[in-house]
Ligand binder design. Sequence first.
Ligand SMILES: [Mg+2]
Length: 230
Amino acid sequence: MYNKLVLFDIDGTLLLASNTNRQILIDALMAVYGTEGNARSYNFAGKMDSVIIHDVLKHAGLKDKHISEKFTTIKNTYIDLVKKHLRHEDIQLLNGVPELLGELSERKDILLGLLTGNFEGSGRHKLELPAINHFFPFGAFADDAHHRNKLPAIAVERAYSLTGRMFTPEQVVIIGDTEHDITCARTIRARSIAVSTGTYSAEQLKSHQPDALFDDFGDTQKVVSCIANI
Ligand SMILES: [Mg+2]
């Protein structure tokens, strides 16, 4: 019987994608809008893909209407290019991740899912390359809302559709590498676990008061026990 819903962020938490990922977004922006805006310097960490696209184009002076008109095209172009050009060697699985997912997926009391700023198509591709996509039967993605803070409730609803189990806020654990992951957990009073394997240092994450904080997921038993008892 499930009693914990554990939602993982992707980039910086499960894996690191090479700079090819940024270049692919730049190529997609150029192809669809004819400008890359400030996509070369924009900080992607913890941001929704949809918000990144919007922000970098606004920076180039494009109007909301113009951005929205082609939004489906840019989204599909980006996902297609990720599937075509992002390769196995562009993805680095973070320390302890396969072991942790292996252990968690064996447990009958834990349901795994994703809560990520990636679009589903490109996010799933990033997970498929290092063969960890199968651990996640469902998720909440950038396709689902414009703000990350809306994603926890969507994930809980999807978990209910999938399992018939309605998880209470304290049974939900959101795991990520940025302040945005911690903040979005707080919106539904879920538990948050931060990991400093992305661009945020342990000190930076600590100042946002996650319920638990790890340097990495190298110690599988320690992390599993933290998740089970948080
Ligand atoms: Mg992240």
